[in-house]
Write a protein that binds this ligand. Structure first.
Ligand code: FES
Length: 106
């Protein structure tokens, strides 16, 4: 579980990037918090720098779109999903519970 920031510091429509390995992006989409791997599965763009529209984030490089709820791409050129991570808020602090990578223990 990684502390990210104060909830007050992540207003609606904003995102924050965490320099973990791999990096993770946390979004406040209309008041709902989502965390996904930050790196687009098409190439190496940072999704935290993309455009947020509802529960979708559009990659800033070639405009693939990902559903923050599932990590699935909703259009080309991305074909593979990004990992999603559980987000909680405790005492006003946002935490990300990093999902296990494929082939590793949780
Ligand atoms: S790097 Fe994201 S769509 Fe190409």
């Amino acid at each position: 579980m990684i502390p990210i920031c104060r909830l007050d510091d992540l207003p609606e429509g904003e995102s924050v990037r965490i320099d973990t390995t791999p990096p993770i992006a946390v979004f406040n989409a209309d008041g709902e918090l989502y965390a996904i791997d930050d790196t687009c599965t098409h190439q190496d763009a940072s999704l935290s720098e993309g455009w947020l529209e509802g529960c979708l984030v559009e990659c800033p490089l070639h405009a693939a779109s990902f559903d923050l709820r599932t990590g699935q791409p909703t259009c080309l050129p991305a074909r593979r999903a990004v990992r999603t991570h559980h987000v909680t808020v405790d005492d006003g602090v946002v935490y990300v519970h990093v999902a296990a990578q494929e082939g590793t223990a949780a």
